[in-house]
Design a binder for this molecule. Structure first.
Ligand code: PEP
Ligand code: MN
Length: 645
């Protein structure tokens, strides 16, 4: 049931409504939906809805339109982000702007097999390890799993590689003995409607991966999730794994359309298991990519070091090399759907030993960005540091550097390059002026522009459009169709949106991201108005150096940094630049960017910005740096970090 509060409700009246509902046995969840403030009343309380409707401050009372309440978007509009692990391994999140990949064999077969698989999938970027210890097999004569012994092997491998584990539980009696050995329970397709199992698993409060039954509707699946939530679980991820259809070529039929449908109906994260859906190794990766394109929050994929010898589901298990290729493809696809492939730190990796700021993300007080709420820089910040990262809004790029230098922020996020408009030179110049600040990570954000305006606005009545000059430049074709609009320039796109909200102007539009519309309660009149949809901006995370070393940002890398940024100038003589680049090529180091910039105050002198791939052996790079320092002029090392996909 939903109680919509009136716009003028007082704090006292709101509290009275809360007390009224709680006294009658409801738990409550408060929400703001657009302009409406809502109290969701959940559970089996008893109430006279007419009496409730007459309470001061109540505008109307409505039953939820769905039989599931806790799982419904009607009771919670924001995506739920769940956390798996956290005790003996780093926590891994599922949901929001990240893509979380779970991988491992169908079944744990031996200590060596699960350890080897874990190492291989971890190397490729999987962050949660899967493996069945209790296997629900179609045939009673097939391998049934190693039971608790298998679970111990799985846990051991997970801890060694800093990966939370997920494993299937097949009966309520096993829940107690398994609960301290696993980070997440999987409810398999065959058990999706085993309600006693759902109630028992829900009651222990561990995260749950709930597979869709092979012959179950979306509503039945969400009702199963409701059982878990109503019994006490909070961290529930839904998992589409294919349904039974008349098609026999594939093992099941992957219901791709279920992904956007369920994401609309529920706030819970949605994962996809392409392995059981398709059942044919060669078809698993295309199905996995389709799932990500359709909006899945992640995948669970079966991988086996020797699929031909697997004791279960070998024909659908990927070879580790195939999984590695799939992960690279996902990394490339992620920014297209506005997401980032989640990476977590490999504990004990030597890369983390050099930093006293081992996990900036955990210890950070504030992260600085330039602009208003909803700015693209804020989206980049969320991608790097998470939704709950505390933020510091500052008015200029330089203020981001100042805040990080003087300690009012522990880190910052700032744009350095757009795929259409080129480098943001102001930020490159700032790196030169702030030698104590280093690049510690990068993120690539797809920039989708929208025309946004007040709720009452209509595209035909717009007279003025506000944005940053880049916003106008990137939407030229769209603007050309409306030559009568007057363009007004703002410092950034989100500020243009903010000005409309502040003034309540309804003949004014802004070109900005959808997040800015949301932040200021504005409406999107048209989405995707940029001339070229392949429009990406590369943002970097920056932090203060520790000694002369750049701190490492583990949240951005599953291993050692693989990219470095350098700046240098050269003397005015033939072959000067060539001899510097030769130092790199001589050591087999690949250049990913080379750009020249005029040196301020020195007409006709140039600086070279260079991005390189780091060699595996850190000693090689150290030697290159020493040689470059000797050969180049004004050599400056900007940092090493994990490259964005
Ligand atoms: C599994 O994940 O190994 C499994 C048995 O999956 P499902 O329940 O989807 O068949
Ligand atoms: Mn399987």
């Amino acid at each position: 049931m939903i109680v919509v509060l009136s716009k003028t409700v007082s704090a006292h009246d709101k509290e009275m409504v809360r007390i009224y509902l709680k006294d009658r046995g409801f738990t409550i969840r408060e929400q703001v939906f657009g302009a409406e403030e809502i109290i969701g009343a959940l559970g089996k309380g008893v109430v006279d809805t007419r009496e409730l409707g007459l309470l001061p401050g109540v505008e109307r009372v409505a039953a939820t339109s769905k039989p599931y309440e806790l799982a419904s978007r009607e009771t919670q509009s924001e995506d739920t982000i769940i956390t798996v692990g956290g005790a003996s391994v780093s926590p891994v999140k599922i949901g929001g702007s990240r893509i979380t990949v779970i991988a491992g064999p169908c079944a744990v077969e031996s200590r060596e097999q699960i350890r080897e698989t874990a190492e291989r999938v971890r190397e490729s970027g999987a962050v949660i390890l899967r493996g069945g210890a209790y296997k629900p097999r179609t045939s009673p004569y097939a391998f049934q799993g190693l039971g608790l012994k298998g679970l111990e092997f799985l846990k051991e491998a997970g801890e060694a590689l800093n990966m939370p584990i997920v494993t299937e539980v097949v009966s309520p009696e096993l829940v107690e003995s398994m609960k301290d050995l696993t980070d997440m329970f999987q409810i398999g397709a065959r058990n999706m409607q085993n309600f006693e199992l759902l109630k028992k698993v829900g009651s222990v409060g561990r995260p749950v991966l709930l597979k869709r039954g092979a012959a179950n509707t979306i509503e039945e699946w969400l009702m199963a999730a409701e059982y878990l939530l109503a019994s006490g679980a909070r961290d529930v991820a839904l998992c589409e794994r294919g349904i039974r259809t008349f098609e026999t070529y594939t093992r099941n039929t992957l219901d791709i359309s279920a992904i956007p449908v369920v994401k609309g109906l529920s706030h819970l994260p949605v994962l996809v298991d392409p392995s059981h859906a398709v059942g044919i190794r060669a078809k698993v990766s295309p199905a996995a990519l389709a799932a990500i394109a359709a909006g899945a929050d992640g995948l669970t994929v079966e991988v086996h070091p020797r699929p031909d010898a697997a004791l279960s589901d070998g024909p659908q298990s990927l070879y580790p090399e195939q999984f590695e290729k799939l992960m690279r493809d996902i990394e490339a696809l992620a920014p297209v759907v506005g997401k980032e492939l989640l990476r977590t730190p490999l504990r004990n990796h030597p890369a983390f030993a050099i930093s006293s700021i081992q996990d900036i993300r955990e210890k950070t007080e504030k992260i600085a960005f330039c602009g208003e709420s909803g700015a693209f820089a804020e989206q980049a910040l969320v991608r790097v540091f998470g939704e709950d990262a505390p933020r510091l809004q500052v008015p200029s790029f330089q203020a981001v550097f100042d805040a990080v230098l003087d300690g009012s922020a522990d880190a910052g996020v700032t744009p350095v390059e757009n795929s259409l408009a080129g480098s943001v030179h102001e930020n490159y110049d700032l790196f030169l002026r702030y030698p104590d600040i280093a690049i510690v990570g990068e993120v690539k954000l797809r920039i989708t522009h929208c025309l946004i305006a007040d709720e009452r606005a209509d595209i035909d009545n717009i007279a003025i459009v506000r944005s940053h000059p880049q916003g106008f430049a990137q939407c030229q074709d769209f603007l050309a169709k409306h030559p009568q609009w007057r363009l007004e320039t703002f410092n950034n796109t989100a500020e243009a949106a903010a000005s409309i909200a502040r003034e309540g102007a309804f003949k004014v539009g802004a070109i900005a991201g959808a997040a800015a519309a949301k932040a200021f309660g504005l409406k999107v009149l048209k989405e995707g108005i940029e001339t070229n949809p392949l429009n990406y901006t590369r943002f970097v995370a920056l932090a203060r150096k520790v000694g002369d070393k750049a701190p490492i940002l583990p949240s951005l890398g599953s291993g050692a940094p693989n990219k470095a940024s350098l700046v240098f100038s050269v003397s005015d003589e033939p072959g000067a630049l060539f001899s510097c680049l030769q130092i790199l090529s001589g050591r087999g180091i690949n250049l990913s960017k080379l750009e020249s910039r005029p040196i301020q105050g020195q007409p006709w002198q140039y600086l070279f910005y260079v991005d390189v791939s780091l060699p595996k052996d850190p000693g090689v790079f150290d030697a290159v740096v020493e040689e470059l320092k000797a050969k180049a002029r004004d050599f400056r090392f900007l940092g090493t970090y994990r490259a964005a996909g």
